[in-house]
Design a protein. Structure first.
Length: 115
């Protein structure tokens, strides 16, 4: 009996230690949303925002974006600071996605809006 219990505990421990960080499949990004992920290739933490304007991504995603998808019908500009301030880091066309936003914008995005 103790061998069965030990085996069950070992199996449960391997599932827990093998867990990946939360992520969302890029295909889960709804139409008319801007979706951003913390890691390349749409992995890691994520934020899905309806429409084209976000004055501040919030603490959970501020300066942590590496990949994105613009599923809106508008071109979207991504900014370095909140309230659309600072440098324009990237301009993304309607429907465009980027598995890696690139060195100049990586982990720097704080806000975006249609442009």
């Amino acid at each position: 009996m103790s061998g069965v219990i030990a085996g069950a505990c070992m199996a449960a421990a391997s599932v827990v230690t093998g867990a990946a960080p939360a992520s969302a499949n890029p295909n889960d990004c709804p139409k008319n949303y801007v979706c951003v992920w913390g890691d390349s290739n749409y992995e890691g933490r994520f934020l899905f925002v309806p429409g084209t304007d976000r004055a501040n991504v919030g603490r959970a995603m501020n300066d942590l974006t590496t990949s994105l998808w613009n599923r809106t019908g508008s071109r979207v500009c991504f900014y370095d600071n909140d309230n659309y301030g600072g440098s324009v880091l990237a301009i993304v066309s309607p429907g465009e996605s980027r598995g890696n936003i690139g060195r100049t914008a990586n982990d720097r995005i704080t806000s975006w809006r249609a442009c």
